[in-house]
Design a protein around this ligand. Structure first.
Ligand code: ADP
Length: 203
Protein backbone atom coordinates (compact mmCIF):
# COMPACT_ATOMS: atom_id res chain seq x y z
CA UNK A 1 0.00 0.00 0.00
CA UNK A 2 1.20 3.50 -0.82
CA UNK A 3 2.11 5.58 2.23
CA UNK A 4 3.76 8.67 0.79
CA UNK A 5 3.06 10.48 -2.48
CA UNK A 6 5.22 13.40 -3.56
CA UNK A 7 3.55 15.17 -6.49
CA UNK A 8 5.31 17.73 -8.69
CA UNK A 9 7.21 19.43 -5.89
CA UNK A 10 9.03 22.60 -6.91
CA UNK A 11 10.79 24.88 -4.46
CA UNK A 12 12.32 28.23 -5.33
CA UNK A 13 14.27 30.33 -2.86
CA UNK A 14 14.76 34.07 -3.19
CA UNK A 15 18.43 34.78 -2.63
CA UNK A 16 20.40 38.03 -2.85
CA UNK A 17 21.73 37.22 -6.31
CA UNK A 18 18.43 36.00 -7.72
CA UNK A 19 16.15 33.00 -7.55
CA UNK A 20 17.42 29.50 -6.74
CA UNK A 21 15.40 26.49 -7.90
CA UNK A 22 16.23 23.94 -5.20
CA UNK A 23 13.71 21.35 -6.43
CA UNK A 24 12.19 21.16 -9.90
CA UNK A 25 9.04 19.08 -10.35
CA UNK A 26 9.92 16.08 -8.15
CA UNK A 27 7.47 13.18 -7.98
CA UNK A 28 7.71 9.72 -6.40
CA UNK A 29 5.88 7.37 -4.07
CA UNK A 30 6.94 5.25 -1.09
CA UNK A 31 5.16 2.03 -0.16
CA UNK A 32 4.33 1.05 3.41
CA UNK A 33 7.32 -0.69 5.03
CA UNK A 34 9.72 0.42 2.29
CA UNK A 35 13.14 1.96 2.96
CA UNK A 36 13.89 4.46 0.22
CA UNK A 37 17.30 6.14 -0.07
CA UNK A 38 17.80 9.31 -2.07
CA UNK A 39 21.46 10.00 -2.83
CA UNK A 40 22.94 13.25 -4.06
CA UNK A 41 25.76 15.73 -3.44
CA UNK A 42 25.55 18.66 -1.02
CA UNK A 43 23.32 21.45 -2.24
CA UNK A 44 21.17 19.31 -4.55
CA UNK A 45 18.02 19.92 -2.49
CA UNK A 46 17.80 16.89 -0.18
CA UNK A 47 17.10 18.79 3.04
CA UNK A 48 14.65 21.04 1.24
CA UNK A 49 12.75 17.96 0.09
CA UNK A 50 12.52 16.52 3.62
CA UNK A 51 11.51 19.89 5.10
CA UNK A 52 8.64 20.01 2.62
CA UNK A 53 7.56 16.41 3.22
CA UNK A 54 7.58 17.00 6.99
CA UNK A 55 5.37 20.06 6.58
CA UNK A 56 7.95 22.50 7.98
CA UNK A 57 8.20 24.31 4.63
CA UNK A 58 5.41 24.96 2.10
CA UNK A 59 6.48 24.16 -1.47
CA UNK A 60 6.32 26.74 -4.25
CA UNK A 61 4.32 24.19 -6.25
CA UNK A 62 3.13 20.61 -5.88
CA UNK A 63 1.82 18.66 -2.92
CA UNK A 64 2.68 15.88 -0.48
CA UNK A 65 0.21 13.21 0.63
CA UNK A 66 0.66 10.84 3.56
CA UNK A 67 -2.00 8.12 3.70
CA UNK A 68 -3.94 10.04 1.03
CA UNK A 69 -4.07 13.15 3.21
CA UNK A 70 -2.33 16.33 2.10
CA UNK A 71 0.44 17.55 4.42
CA UNK A 72 -0.26 21.25 5.09
CA UNK A 73 1.39 21.72 8.45
CA UNK A 74 3.75 19.80 10.76
CA UNK A 75 2.32 16.31 10.51
CA UNK A 76 1.86 14.03 13.54
CA UNK A 77 2.34 11.09 11.15
CA UNK A 78 5.94 12.00 10.44
CA UNK A 79 9.13 11.60 12.47
CA UNK A 80 12.14 13.64 11.33
CA UNK A 81 15.70 12.90 12.40
CA UNK A 82 18.51 15.28 11.57
CA UNK A 83 22.26 15.09 11.28
CA UNK A 84 22.78 16.33 14.83
CA UNK A 85 21.04 14.24 17.46
CA UNK A 86 19.59 17.37 19.14
CA UNK A 87 19.35 15.64 22.51
CA UNK A 88 18.78 18.02 25.41
CA UNK A 89 21.90 17.88 27.59
CA UNK A 90 20.02 18.69 30.80
CA UNK A 91 17.59 15.79 30.40
CA UNK A 92 18.40 12.14 31.02
CA UNK A 93 18.05 9.51 28.30
CA UNK A 94 14.60 8.73 29.69
CA UNK A 95 13.66 12.42 29.77
CA UNK A 96 14.82 12.87 26.18
CA UNK A 97 12.89 9.84 24.94
CA UNK A 98 9.69 11.12 26.60
CA UNK A 99 10.08 14.62 25.13
CA UNK A 100 8.11 13.99 21.94
CA UNK A 101 5.22 12.47 23.88
CA UNK A 102 5.20 15.51 26.20
CA UNK A 103 5.33 18.05 23.36
CA UNK A 104 2.54 16.32 21.49
CA UNK A 105 0.46 15.99 24.64
CA UNK A 106 0.15 12.22 24.27
CA UNK A 107 2.09 10.94 27.28
CA UNK A 108 -0.47 8.23 28.02
CA UNK A 109 0.42 5.12 30.07
CA UNK A 110 0.27 3.05 26.85
CA UNK A 111 2.66 5.37 25.00
CA UNK A 112 5.05 5.51 27.97
CA UNK A 113 5.07 1.71 28.05
CA UNK A 114 5.74 1.57 24.33
CA UNK A 115 8.67 3.98 24.68
CA UNK A 116 10.07 2.00 27.62
CA UNK A 117 9.78 -1.20 25.60
CA UNK A 118 11.74 0.40 22.77
CA UNK A 119 14.46 1.35 25.28
CA UNK A 120 14.50 -2.21 26.61
CA UNK A 121 14.43 -3.92 23.21
CA UNK A 122 17.30 -1.84 21.91
CA UNK A 123 19.56 -2.12 24.96
CA UNK A 124 19.20 1.40 26.34
CA UNK A 125 16.96 0.89 29.36
CA UNK A 126 19.88 0.38 31.73
CA UNK A 127 21.24 3.78 30.61
CA UNK A 128 17.94 5.58 31.10
CA UNK A 129 19.21 7.75 33.98
CA UNK A 130 22.38 8.79 32.17
CA UNK A 131 22.82 12.18 30.52
CA UNK A 132 23.72 12.60 26.83
CA UNK A 133 27.20 13.86 27.74
CA UNK A 134 27.90 10.46 29.35
CA UNK A 135 27.17 8.54 26.16
CA UNK A 136 29.04 7.81 22.93
CA UNK A 137 27.99 9.34 19.63
CA UNK A 138 26.53 6.05 18.45
CA UNK A 139 24.44 5.59 21.58
CA UNK A 140 23.20 9.16 21.43
CA UNK A 141 22.04 8.58 17.88
CA UNK A 142 20.13 5.48 18.99
CA UNK A 143 18.49 7.49 21.79
CA UNK A 144 17.51 10.14 19.23
CA UNK A 145 16.02 7.44 17.02
CA UNK A 146 14.01 5.94 19.87
CA UNK A 147 12.78 9.41 20.83
CA UNK A 148 11.60 9.86 17.24
CA UNK A 149 9.94 6.42 17.17
CA UNK A 150 8.29 6.88 20.60
CA UNK A 151 5.56 9.03 19.05
CA UNK A 152 4.76 6.16 16.71
CA UNK A 153 5.23 7.89 13.34
CA UNK A 154 3.96 6.27 10.13
CA UNK A 155 6.88 7.67 8.20
CA UNK A 156 10.43 8.36 9.32
CA UNK A 157 12.62 10.94 7.55
CA UNK A 158 16.37 10.64 8.02
CA UNK A 159 18.52 13.57 6.91
CA UNK A 160 22.20 12.56 6.79
CA UNK A 161 21.50 11.16 10.23
CA UNK A 162 24.85 9.40 10.56
CA UNK A 163 27.28 11.79 8.92
CA UNK A 164 28.39 13.35 12.21
CA UNK A 165 29.68 9.96 13.44
CA UNK A 166 33.17 8.62 12.79
CA UNK A 167 33.41 5.96 10.09
CA UNK A 168 33.53 2.83 12.28
CA UNK A 169 30.77 4.01 14.61
CA UNK A 170 28.73 4.87 11.57
CA UNK A 171 28.96 1.32 10.24
CA UNK A 172 27.71 -0.06 13.57
CA UNK A 173 24.99 2.52 14.02
CA UNK A 174 23.63 2.22 10.49
CA UNK A 175 23.37 -1.56 10.93
CA UNK A 176 21.71 -1.06 14.34
CA UNK A 177 19.28 1.49 13.03
CA UNK A 178 18.45 -0.66 10.03
CA UNK A 179 17.60 -3.58 12.33
CA UNK A 180 15.45 -1.35 14.56
CA UNK A 181 13.52 0.09 11.62
CA UNK A 182 12.94 -3.28 9.98
CA UNK A 183 11.99 -4.77 13.36
CA UNK A 184 9.40 -2.06 13.94
CA UNK A 185 8.25 -2.09 10.30
CA UNK A 186 8.78 1.67 9.93
CA UNK A 187 8.52 3.20 6.47
CA UNK A 188 11.64 5.29 5.96
CA UNK A 189 12.89 7.91 3.55
CA UNK A 190 16.58 8.67 3.96
CA UNK A 191 18.62 11.30 2.15
CA UNK A 192 22.40 11.07 2.11
CA UNK A 193 25.46 12.08 0.09
CA UNK A 194 27.04 8.71 0.96
CA UNK A 195 26.46 6.24 -1.88
CA UNK A 196 27.46 3.04 0.06
CA UNK A 197 25.20 4.11 2.95
CA UNK A 198 22.32 4.73 0.57
CA UNK A 199 22.79 1.35 -1.07
CA UNK A 200 23.33 -0.67 2.10
CA UNK A 201 20.28 0.72 3.92
CA UNK A 202 17.80 1.27 1.12
CA UNK A 203 15.51 -1.35 -0.44
P1 ADP B 1 21.21 19.52 0.43
O1 ADP B 1 20.38 19.12 1.61
O2 ADP B 1 21.15 18.50 -0.68
O3 ADP B 1 22.61 19.88 0.80
P2 ADP B 1 19.57 21.94 0.44
O4 ADP B 1 18.17 21.47 0.33
O5 ADP B 1 20.06 22.33 1.78
O6 ADP B 1 20.55 20.83 -0.21
O7 ADP B 1 19.79 23.18 -0.52
C1 ADP B 1 19.43 23.17 -1.92
C2 ADP B 1 19.79 24.51 -2.55
O8 ADP B 1 18.94 25.52 -2.04
C3 ADP B 1 21.20 24.98 -2.29
O9 ADP B 1 21.66 25.64 -3.44
C4 ADP B 1 21.05 25.95 -1.14
O10 ADP B 1 22.07 26.91 -1.14
C5 ADP B 1 19.69 26.55 -1.41
N1 ADP B 1 18.97 26.95 -0.18
C6 ADP B 1 18.60 26.11 0.83
N2 ADP B 1 17.94 26.78 1.78
C7 ADP B 1 17.87 28.07 1.38
C8 ADP B 1 17.28 29.27 1.93
N3 ADP B 1 16.63 29.25 3.09
N4 ADP B 1 17.41 30.42 1.20
C9 ADP B 1 18.07 30.44 0.03
N5 ADP B 1 18.62 29.34 -0.55
C10 ADP B 1 18.53 28.18 0.10
Amino acid sequence: MELLRVEGITEKYQAENGEITALDNISFTVEEGEFLSIVGPSGCGKSTLLSIISGLVRPTAGRVLVKDEEVRDISPHIGYMLQRDNLLDWRTVYGNVMLGLELRGCKTPQNVERAENLLKTYGLYEFKDKYPSQMSGGMRQRVALIRTLAVNPDLLLLDEAFSALDYQTRLHVTEDVYQILKGEGITTLMVTHDIPEGISMGD
